[in-house]
Design a protein around this ligand. Sequence first.
Ligand SMILES: [Zn+2]
Length: 428
Amino acid sequence: MKYWDEKIETMPLKDLKELQLKRLRKVVKAAYEKNEIYHEKFRKAGIKPDDIKSLDDLSKIPFLTKQELRDYYPFGLLCVEMDDVVEIHASSGTTGKPVVGTYTKNDLEIWADVMARSLWANGLRKSDVMQNSYGYGLFTGAHGFEKGAQKIGATVIPISSGNTKRQISVMKDFGATAIAATPSYALYMAEVAEEMGFDPKNDFKLHLGLFGAESWSDEMRKKIEETWGIIAHEHYGLTEIIGPGVVSECEEKKLHINADHFLAEIIDPKTGERLEPGEEGELVFTTLTKEAFPAIRFRTRDIAGYMEEECECGRTLPIQTRIKGRSDDMLKIKGVIVFPSQIEEAIMSVEGTSGNYQLVKKKEKSMTTLVARIEPTEERYNEGNIDELERKIEDEIYSILNLHIPVEVVKPNSLPRSEGKAKRIVEE
Ligand SMILES: [Zn+2]
């Protein structure tokens, strides 16, 4: 079968919107009736559930912000009895209180299903052996991939992240055919495999990479695909919404929003006004079917484009472009707005770079300056003539951003490696 859920994935847009409206009315009613905070929020905005008569009426409801989720930590927005919660997850909470995700039995079934849909669209099948190198724990990543892969009937190796040499041995010995990890960790694993005397491209059975939890450029994707000899797919999701599984990347590498469960809007991040399909702005999600913790108009702070158009794969589910960057990661350098992923794209398109880089932010008086520290490949480093490489990368960044960012090429293996989310921006 080509699709995991043909009826939903190829549903005419008009029918999909009808389904969304039906579900939206139900979830708004549940939040209003079952949760005091939501009730008060709606009351203040002068909204009753019956006022939602069309999808456009959604814009009458106030946004839900990350700050509110922190304020109501841990269970303030729960819409069921605690007794009905069967699993709890949380974000890492590096910048304040973590965001908590709660799930009923039914929520878990939906999660497994949207993950199975995503992984199936990527090409994962029952015959596959998926090495799950996302960190197990409170973080949603590893669990979402496990649930989806097992629903398909694939074999899961729940190895978690870290202990990279052991990862490589297990990958070889257990015959892993798919790897689920952060993209930066996948590149690091290839380095370790090479150190152990393996050729990542030819010595393993891998054919598929399932990557997420970081924003990464298309150039990085190419690099990973070439290094491992695999097809690499993007996954996008958020703890606030469900975890991974919010979108599915098809064989055309288009990100289809699982819009029967997650309704996306695109807004102007400054004014909060809703933008038209085809425009780029901040993604806002409403969960349509989640019971324990429905998120209504959650501002993701992720910048992407949103399109309603049929894809060559045959799916009619709306498409979002790859995340340009979190509005939190947005840098303003000499008055120019810069996303780290744009710099990454420039770096990676120059031959001789390795994919390991760091953007060093320096504050001088009121000015923020940026230096890009880049590791070349061992081969390129040994060739010498490093000045020329630095100049080439600077020119490439300039051609994309129209901004001069000094580049320092450093020794191979001198920048820190990450087993989870890579830290690309450091402050000095
Ligand atoms: Zn498609």
